[in-house]
Design a protein around this ligand. Structure first.
Ligand SMILES: Cc1ncc(COP(=O)(O)O)c(C=O)c1O
Length: 461
């Protein structure tokens, strides 16, 4: 695959488009400009969390409210929201059952480090839905992954974990490794990183069964942590048979398998795991599991539970290194119960699947109409256009497929046309509240934006 960092569009044309769209954005956001154009007082870099600076727009707008799949800003603009909080609101903003559960719980106390009736329901619902018998609740997917990896090391008594090149599993130190010229190295850009993370991790390319076999052959890897589909660069689908090989090789080498479904829960009500009959030892899901209230879950098999109990019985008393005070608080359990019982339903997924299919088809048709060397990929409700040929087979190809300046210009142009997509890649989510009209609007906006970028004869002279 030969990716062009400008996606086949002349750079000068991208720069002109971005400038024009930036001016348009400024004109459409006079109140946001006045209030946050120079940053919000009191916050470092002018935002409460520095990722809020990473969007395509010159400054972030202030959100007035969001409901279903519509977001409104204080300037009176409305957006069809296909970003959905980068999956945190994948089931729509403030789904009614979740909003009601929050209100109910708000009058009864929010956190007390003791279980509620909701915990009884959630334990049963998680077991039924995802098939694993033992669960714990944490606050973020990052935390859940950290704790699950700690358990994996404890029960295998092995030091290393294995990740796929280009992965993202949250701010989990030992997953911040990359292949650079074929060799493992700390991921570039890590602030204050004192340790050589490659000491604790192996890294191989996704879909590379031979490299995986080799990396597991020394029997020192506690756990492979994997998204079943790589979603955090440009999307990479597993080759046919890859998951079967991954499971066979992990079992043969006594290595545990952690499937991180935080994004691939877009596949269906039981995630990619249930849809494709995967058999993980450990399972993690964060982001939308409580409808947008911070919460995550991690589950494990009977075998892991038995070995965990044995390992703990050998430990001296002390801090487990897992937990955090607000985890499994009453509010998040109430929201999680409502999400599992009333929001993440087969009917909701049916709607998401059908509209996401229409979105992918519409985008692909626009790509074909403009004869661009791009492709579109979808995993259930998650759709991505990629400004390079596909399919992509691994993290190196996914990284090379990014066209940052072009993507920024497209994102901003879509925003100016009332469609919000995820900032870090070209990802779009369809929620149960998304309408066919919103999908049509996004496809139409994409077609117009791309038409404006495709070079005329003059551009090549
Ligand atoms: C697959 C996966 N796992 C874990 C995380 C971390 O989630 P959080 O930032 O909520 O901790 C992410 C975030 O994008 C993710 O994509």
């Amino acid at each position: 695959m030969h990716a062009d960092p400008a996606g086949g569009i002349p750079l000068a044309r991208i720069a002109t488009a971005f400038e024009a769209e930036s001016a348009e954005y400024v004109a459409r956001h006079p109140r946001s400009l006045q209030r946050v154009g120079h940053g919000i007082a009191g916050f470092y870099e002018g935002v409460p969390m520095h990722w809020m600076r990473d969007w395509s727009m010159p400054f972030p707008f202030l959100v007035e409210s969001a409901r279903g799949a519509v977001l409104r800003d204080i300037d009176g603009n409305e957006y069809a929201d296909f970003c959905l909080g980068d999956t945190g609101s994948m089931f729509g903003h403030s789904p009614a059952p979740v909003a009601e559960a929050i209100v109910r719980q708000a009058g009864r106390g929010l956190t007390y480090m003791l279980p509620t009736e909701d915990a009884l329901a959630v334990g049963r619902l998680l077991t039924e839905r995802f098939g694993l018998p033992h669960w714990q609740v944490a606050t973020t997917a990052t935390d859940a992954n950290r704790f699950a990896l700690r358990v994996a090391r404890a029960v295998t008594d092995r030091p290393k974990i294995l990740v796929f090149n280009g992965c993202y599993h949250g701010t989990v130190d030992e997953t911040f490794v990359r292949l650079v010229d074929g060799r493992p190295a700390n991921r570039p850009g890590l602030l204050g990183q004192a340790a050589d993370l490659t000491q604790l991790a192996r890294v191989v390319e996704f879909n590379d069964v031979a490299a995986l076999r080799q990396a597991l052959s020394r029997h020192d890897v506690a756990c492979v942590i994997a998204e079943p589909v790589m979603t955090n660069s440009c999307m990479v689908l597993p080759d046919p048979g890859f998951h079967a090989a991954l499971r066979r090789l992990t079992r043969e080498s006594g290595t545990l398998l952690l499937i991180d479904e935080t994004h691939t829960i877009s596949t269906g009500p039981g995630g990619y795991t249930r849809a494709h009959a995967l058999e993980p030892d450990l399972f993690v899901l964060g982001k939308p599991i409580a409808g947008g209230v911070p919460a995550s879950v991690w589950g494990f098999s009977e075998d892991v539970a038995r070995r965990l109990t044995a390992a703990r019985s050998q430990m001296p008393p002390g801090h487990s290194g897992m937990g955090t005070t607000l985890s499994a608080n009453a509010l998040s359990l109430a929201a999680m119960r409502a999400t599992l019982e009333h929001v993440m339903t087969p009917e909701a997924y049916g709607h998401m699947e059908s509209l996401a299919g229409q979105l992918a088809t519409g985008l692909q048709a626009a790509v074909a109409r403009h004869r661009l060397p791009w492709h579109v990929v979808r995993i259930g409700a998650r759709v991505e256009f990629i400004c390079a040929p596909g399919p992509l087979r691994n993290g190196t190809e996914a990284e090379a497929a990014h066209a940052p300046a072009l993507e920024r210009a497209i994102h901003l142009a879509l925003l100016n046309r009332g469609c919000l997509i995820a900032p870090f890649h070209n990802m779009m989510l369809v929620s149960p509240a998304t309408t066919a009209g919103q999908v049509e609007a996004l496809v139409g906006a994409f077609d117009k934006v791309v038409a404006g970028l495709v070079p005329g004869l003059d551009d090549w002279q």
